[in-house]
Design a protein around this ligand. Sequence first.
Ligand code: PLP
Length: 437
Amino acid sequence: MQTDARAGGVLAGWNHHAEIGPTGILRADGATVVDESGRTRLDFIMGWGSLLLGHRPAAVADALRQALDDGFGFQYEGPPTVDLAAAMCEQIPCAQKVRLANSGLEATMYAIRLARHFTGRSRVLKFEGHFHGLNDFLLYNTDNSAAPGQARPDGSLEVMSGSDGLARVLESEIIPVPFNDLAVLERVFAGHGQDIGAVICEPIAMNIGCIAPDDGFLAALREICDRYQTVLIFDEVLTGYRVALGGAQQLFGVTPDLACYGKAFGCGVPIAAVAGRADIMECLAPPGTVEMSGTNTARRMCVLGARAALAELSRPGFYAELGALNDYLVAGLRRVCEDRGVPAYVTGYGGRVGLHIGVEERPRTMAQIAKFWNRSYHVSCYRHIAARQQTFGLLLPLRLCPEPITVCAVHTRADIDLAFSLLDDAFSALPYRRADS
Ligand SMILES: Cc1ncc(COP(=O)(O)O)c(C=O)c1O
């Protein structure tokens, strides 16, 4: 008998969930996937936010075809690598220099390595619920942790591991704090500011359902980092090239020292980057002494693919259209919830929309979401919708917090209307019940 040789029967564990079905996808095009039984389903996962132009966008596919002709696997420098970095520096406010990587995990790892070297300080402050990839140094206090961390006397949080197997010694290097709490930040910096080399954040907490920063929060964070000469890193792996061409830093008008890119930066090709202030970036070898490299980094096919993706994303009107689609999705979800008497908080940016069922007020921290989010009702609705076999991942229930619904530039309003009708149908079949009933 043939056995499944994939460990755990999956290839990417974090992104797998027992609730996801179907497990076998044969192919994908535009906003749809074709499952093993040949059924076409509308995709609301969209490569975990990476496929902003849809599956196999023509411009990226053409670039990959060019790579087949030019030689796709080499890493040597050439005009496309220069063009790609130049485009990023034009588009991203903080980008004076750019270095490429393969994944978001690597980008965040290198960014904090740079910050540690630049400041000579090793501790890193992060926000609970913000996810920076499966990076050993930052895999704490995420929605995969067993529970939100208890507050310590200064308001920082107990360190909660996001995976088994992390070195215990790393725990003393990380300071988790609640998002959107300036008083805690001030207290923690007053106590440990001289040891904190970096603050890293998702400028919009996309991984806990697209929770925006409070008004002025990012600007205040910028000011605190300046005061303590700590490097401010925006992890724009999800927000970059999604919420605006220049990412969340452009949207909120707050410029970090370094920023990390992945996902929509490649629109399907595996590529990532760190971008930022020249004086910090020049610490990278060469000419500096901080190592950042790898055999798979910046292979020509990925560079050509990303260059083509950025050209598409720079098309005038692209973000206005995406924003209109986002707003249509947000408004429709609110309407369905209201019509069916389901309390919910709905929020979204750039086609990534968090639906917080059972939450009456805007949540500001992961702990608030974890406390009020009605997961069991959400799971029932998900199952009801999934059973219809028309969609892939709509209302996907992952961990402690809702996984956002993701649409891309090629979803149509009719596609989104289908999501509304499926959700409406689920709500009518499953009258809302509170989490504790
Ligand atoms: C904000 C953020 N940073 C980093 C990562 C890690 O990126 P990758 O999966 O490419 O390692 C993710 C992945 O979901 C992410 O959402």
